[in-house]
Design a protein around this ligand. Structure first.
Ligand SMILES: NS(=O)(=O)c1ccc(C(=O)NCc2ccc(F)cc2F)cc1
Length: 262
C-alpha cells in the first residue's frame, strides 16, 4: 500500500476506505513496533499549557464525540517535543471498541487498548485557521493517549455525565471549564513520534503524532457510557451504537518511529 496510490479496502468497522488517498505513504494509525523505534536524544519534553476557560462545547459528530476549545487566541497551546512551532488546541475526542478487547487506533507491538484519546492541535505560527493547517505537511500535532480499564477517572466523570445529552449525531451542548491536562498521564516525557495523517476522512497527511507511552485508567462503567452514544441522528429509524469507531492500522512504509526515551 506504500507505493501504490490505491489501498485494498479491508473490512472497516466504520467506513469504506477511499480508493485513492493523496500520497498514501504516511497514513495513520500504525502499529508501534517498540524494538524498531529509534531513540532520539534531541526530542524535548512536551510543553502544554491549557486554559480550561477556552473549553466551549461537546458534540456528537457522527464519528466520535468532540470537546471543542476556543482556538482564536494562543490560550491553550502545545509546543516542545518534536515540534518547531507553537500549536493551538482545537479539540479532543476518543476512539473505542464495542468490547474492552479492542478500540484503540494505534497499537504497541500489536497490543490493542480499549480506547484512545486524541488531543488535536494546529500550527498557529504558520497558519491562521485549522482548516488551512489541516492541508499542510506541518499543520497538525495530535497527542495520542491509550485508555485501559481499571479505576475510575475522576476528571473524566464530568465529561461522561454530559454524554447522555449528546446521544445522537449532530447534538451539541455547552461544556465549559474542563482542563484537558487532567486526561494526560503523569509522565508525558516518554512518547513515540512519527509523521502521519488524520485517521478519519479526509485522511490528510498533515499530522505530527505523539503517542504517550504511559496510559490512563478509566472504569468499565465510564467506558460503557461512551458505547451508549449513537452514530445516527434522532430522525433516523434505525439507531446504531457508536462503537468500533477506529481505523485499522496502515503501512509504516519507509517511516521511522522515534522515541523520546531509551
Ligand atoms: N482521529 S484524528 O485525531 O486523526 C482527527 C483529528 C481531526 C479531524 C478533523 O478535524 N476532521 C474534520 C475536518 C474539519 C475541517 C477540515 F478542513 C478538515 C477536517 F478533517 C479528523 C481526525
Amino acid at each position: 500500500a506504500c507505493s501504490s496510490k490505491y489501498v485494498l479496502s479491508q473490512i472497516h468497522p466504520m467506513w469504506q476506505e477511499p480508493l485513492a488517498i493523496p500520497g498514501g505513504d504516511r497514513q495513520s494509525p500504525i502499529d508501534i513496533a517498540v524494538r524498531k523505534s529509534v531513540f532520539d536524544s534531541e526530542l524535548k519534553p512536551l510543553v502544554y499549557d491549557y486554559d480550561p476557560q477556552t473549553c466551549q462545547q461537546i458534540w456528537n459528530n457522527g464519528y466520535s464525540f468532540l470537546v471543542e476549545y476556543d482556538d482564536t487566541t494562543d490560550k491553550s497551546t502545545l509546543k516542545g517535543g518534536p515540534l518547531q512551532d507553537t500549536f493551538r488546541l482545537c479539540q479532543f475526542h476518543f476512539h473505542w471498541g464495542e468490547s474492552n478487547a479492542w478500540g484503540s487506533e494505534h497499537t504497541v507491538d500489536r497490543r490493542l487498548f480499549p480506547a484512545e484519546l486524541h488531543l488535536v492541535h494546529w500550527n498557529a505560527d504558520r497558519y491562521s485557521l485549522f482548516e488551512e493547517a489541516v492541508m499542510e505537511d506541518n499543520g497538525l500535532a495530535v497527542i495520542g493517549v491509550f485508555l485501559k480499564v481499571g479505576k475510575r477517572h475522576e476528571g473524566l466523570q464530568k465529561l461522561v455525565d454530559a454524554l447522555p445529552a449528546i446521544r445522537h449525531k449532530d447534538s451539541v451542548v455547552e461544556f465549559t471549564r474542563f482542563d484537558p491536562a487532567c486526561l494526560l498521564p503523569a509522565n508525558t516525557d516518554d512518547y513515540w513520534t512519527y509523521h502521519g495523517s488524520l485517521t478519519t476522512p479526509p485522511l490528510t497527511e498533515s499530522v505530527s503524532w505523539m503517542v504517550m507511552k504511559q496510559h490512563i485508567e478509566v472504569s468499565h462503567d465510564q467506558l460503557a457510557v461512551f458505547r451508549s452514544l449513537l452514530f445516527t441522528s434522532a430522525e433516523e429509524d434505525v439507531q446504531r451504537s457508536m462503537v468500533n469507531n477506529f481505523r485499522v492500522q496502515q503501512s509504516l512504509c519507509s517511516r521511522t518511529v522515534r522515541s523520546s526515551f531509551s
